[in-house]
Design a protein around this ligand. Structure first.
Ligand SMILES: [Mg+2]
Length: 117
């Protein structure tokens, strides 16, 4: 019998490049490119951050690993996290930026700004 709390999903590593390409194709075949301006994507991203925030709203502190959450609640969280990620990746793409490289550079910048000691 399936453990109701064991509902995590794992699989092969997914690259930002793969997400970027899949999103570009998704938009292109639906002719949504015309709507995917940087501003529209940013506003959509902010909306999705709001949906993500709603999941945690009024819950108080939540334990790491979400041990007391149902599979349904975890799936909802996965969906909203994904919406945020996908709009972020798409926004970077239409701005002509390499989000992966930018994020690596930012980590390096932060490590200099906040040295270990
Ligand atoms: Mg959403």
């Amino acid at each position: 019998m399936e453990n109701p709390k064991n509902c995590s999903r794992t699989g092969k590593d997914v690259s930002l490049q793969e997400l970027k390409e899949r999103l570009a194709e998704f938009a292109q075949v639906r002719r949504w490119d015309q709507h995917h301006s940087p501003r529209n994507l940013l506003l959509a991203l902010v909306g999705e951050v709001g949906e993500l925030s709603e999941i945690f709203q009024w819950k108080g502190e939540v334990e790491k690993g979400l041990p007391n959450w149902s599979c349904e609640d975890k799936e909802h969280l996965e969906e909203e996290l994904s919406d945020v990620l996908l709009y972020l990746v798409r926004l970077a793409d239409v701005c002509g930026l390499d989000l992966g490289q930018a994020a690596l550079s930012k980590i390096i910048k932060n490590s200099k700004k906040y040295p270990v000691n």
